[in-house]
Design a protein around this ligand. Structure first.
Ligand code: ADP
Length: 496
């Protein structure tokens, strides 16, 4: 009897391995960090071999911690930081350059050029994305243009590109698996999300040979076997981190929505088999899909400064010593008393899109104190989230009645209650906030038969806290009007 699904959760700062049992409960977890490499301002890299070794260590530790052996594992699921680019030599298996991390801005100018060449509409129509240095495409081109001999080797079919999922599977299978899933492919800015194939025109524009791109499979599919502690185990689920979290939060139906409250916030709304085009600057992306299903899509939006505003209160203003303290501090006052913070430290994203906007604090009176400001900072996370929820509702025509929350700041009860109050929906926070890793495990388990169906998964008991709206409509309208005015004031202060 196989007892567990093993998830490899390869994040931006660490590689983790997690075992889940038949009830979808977390049994053990191990985590190994790896170095962040900053060769120049705005450049971020990882050593792909260090990622691999961190992942190896985490795997054996998690299995040992559970008192298990690799033979107890039914299948493996993989979830990973999206967009990060690794290019390696097909013959030697050696990376030809460090991994270029999603955060890396080195290709901003190339992205400007693509915009000036009038490619915005084409890229948005085919890939669902806005042209940005985050996505893999321009990073691959950078490696081919800047690493000696790379362009020539790529033309000779001697190089392979992969996001981290692909790299891990290729290495752990001894070069037998060369694949990725549709969610990871959809973040490369090279993948046609409607026809489900690499886009020949974009490959030509960026001079990237198709021979260096992996085969693309459904997120829940049989990828082949990898070697784990001497045992050959099938990989049956792969998804990028945010799509894995959407699946792990069991957002299987159209209109289901989740928000991960981390440093930034990532909202994804399942739109079923409709690829909804946004009028509010949201991205259209592929949601995790099982191989026997029609492709599933999602709308995606992000808040640049989410939990980061709490770090700012802690590190710059020194108002609090820990992020968790923000809750007790905010509770010292009944409300923010008309104070609004718009934390546009790095510009404002969807639905406003003003890269030149900067943060503001408005509504101060002689009676305002640090607790009002702390409360306003927490509330700003909820207001920004609410703006994205409304944009998603407008774009999709769907109505949100439940928001599934996870991520570090979802532990803040005051924030979760305020979110429910202003968005007028129930907010569910699961006790196990490992939604990302669980998502990959569920995909893998459904594919290999470890879990029977999505319905049985939904029925598995999972403890969670529910926050329900507890303010009247006029108070809500009053709060939201204040936020709107604060954003407008911020936008009018913005300078190019
Ligand atoms: P990431 O994965 O982006 O590193 P996490 O999910 O670990 O983020 O969440 C960390 C973020 O959440 C930090 O920005 C921190 O300020 C914020 N955070 C953590 N705990 C709390 C809390 N109790 N209240 C408010 N914010 C919090």
């Amino acid at each position: 009897m196989k007892k567990y699904i093993l998830t490899l959760d390869e994040g931006t700062t660490s590689a983790r391995a997690i075992l889940f049992d038949k009830n979808g409960q977390l049994v053990s977890v191990a985590q190994h960090e790896f170095k962040q490499i900053y060769p120049k301002p705005g450049y971020v890299e990882h050593n792909p071999l260090e990622i691999l070794s961190a992942q190896y260590s985490a795997i054996s530790e998690a299995i040992i911690l559970a008192g298990a052996s690799a033979q107890d594992i039914a299948a493996v699921g993989i979830t990973n930081q999206r967009e990060t680019v690794i290019v390696w030599d097909k013959e030697t298996g050696e990376p030809i350059y460090n991994g270029i991390v999603w955060q890396c801005r080195r290709t901003s100018q190339l992205c400007e050029k693509l915009k000036n060449d009038g490619l915005e509409k084409y890229i948005s129509d085919t890939t669902g994305l806005k042209i940005d240095a985050y996505f893999s495409a321009t990073k691959i081109k950078w490696i081919l243009d800047n690493v000696e001999g790379a362009r020539k080797k790529s033309k000779e079919g001697k190089l392979l590109f992969g996001t981290v999922d692909t790299w891990l599977m290729w290495k752990l299978s001894g070069g037998k698996i060369y694949a990725t899933d549709t969610t990871n492919a959809s973040r490369t800015m090279l993948f046609n999300i409607h026809d489900m194939c690499w886009d020949k025109r974009l490959l030509e524009i960026l001079d990237i040979p198709e021979s260096m791109l992996p085969k693309v499979k459904s997120s829940g599919d049989n990828y082949g076997n990898i070697e784990i502690m001497g045992q050959s185990l099938p990989v049956c689920g792969v998804a990028g981190d945010q799509q894995a979290a959407l699946f792990g939060q069991k957002c299987f139906s159209s209109g289901d929505i989740k928000n991960t409250y981390g440093t930034g916030c990532f909202l994804l709304m399942n739109t079923g088999n409709r690829a909804v085009k946004s009028n509010n600057g949201l991205l259209t992306t592929i949601a995790a899909t099982l191989s026997n299903e029609q492709p599933q899509y999602a709308l995606e939006g992000s808040v640049f400064i989410g939990g980061a505003v709490i770090q700012w209160l802690r590190d710059e203003l020194k108002f609090i010593k820990t992020a968790a303290e923000s809750e007790t501090a905010a509770k010292k006052v009944d409300s923010s008393n008309g104070v609004y913070i718009v934390p546009a430290f790095a510009g404002l994203g969807a639905p406003y899109w003003d890269m030149y906007a900067r943060g503001t604090i408005l509504g101060l009176t002689r009676g305002s104190n640090k607790y009002h400001i702390i409360r306003a900072a927490l509330e700003s996370i909820a207001y920004q989230t609410n703006d994205l929820i409304k944009a998603m509702e407008n774009d999709s025509g769907l109505c949100v009645s439940v928001l599934k929350a996870d991520g570090g700041a979802s532990k803040n009860k005051l924030l979760m209650q305020f979110q429910s109050d202003i968005s007028d929906c129930d907010v569910y926070v699961p006790e196990n906030v490992e939604a990302t890793a669980l998502g990959a495990a569920l995909l893998s388990g459904l594919t290999c038969g470890f879990f029977e169906s999505k319905d049985t998964i939904k029925a598995l008991s999972q403890k969670h806290t529910v926050y329900s709206a507890n303010i009247d409509t006029s108070t809500r309208t009053h709060f939201l009007n204040g936020w709107k005015k604060a954003v407008n004031a911020t936008l009018s202060f913005s300078e190019e």
